[in-house]
Write a protein that binds this ligand. Structure first.
Ligand code: DQA
Length: 138
């Protein structure tokens, strides 16, 4: 069974409440339950932190044994050399995802420290971006 993990960065614990016009009105847990049911052939986990170092620790912890990582580093995407370096350092492939179309937003969201080291990037399909990320690994 493939072992995959969705790693979510800062403020994504507020999905459902946070700027619903941009991020939708579903909570991440509601969405996660539907994908767990839909992909019974996958051992799917989820981790969220608002703390940069905890995200790096998790990438290091899973990054030599899991089959795939679906990473939405949220705002740290645009600021964190450390998370970018962690993605480069690990062996497990990382698919970078974003809920919103970051290229249709402020210019500071156009730059990513993750993308150069990711297997690929899925941007702008709402929560479905995560599901597309899962499908890449199947
Ligand atoms: C985001 C886009 C980021 O620019 C933003 O800081 C987020 C969420 C997205 O999924 O659309 O927090 O990663």
């Amino acid at each position: 069974m493939k072992k995959l993990i969705i790693i979510n960065g800062p403020n994504l614990n507020l999905l459902g409440k946070r700027e619903p016009d941009i991020y939708g009105s579903l909570t991440f847990n509601e969405f996660f339950e539907t994908v767990v049911d839909k992909y019974p052939q996958v051992a799917l986990e989820h981790f969220q932190s608002n703390i940069e170092g905890e995200l790096i620790d998790k990438l290091q912890e899973v990054g030599f044994s899991y089959d795939g990582i679906i990473l939405n580093a949220a705002a740290y995407t645009h600021t964190s050399v450390g998370i970018g370096d962690a993605v480069a350092a690990i062996e497990t492939p990382v698919v970078e995802v974003h809920i919103s179309n970051t290229f249709d937003r402020e210019s500071f969201r156009h730059m990513s420290f993750i993308s150069p080291n990711a297997k690929g990037v899925i941007v702008g399909f709402g929560l479905q971006s995560y599901e597309l990320g899962i499908q890449i690994f199947l």
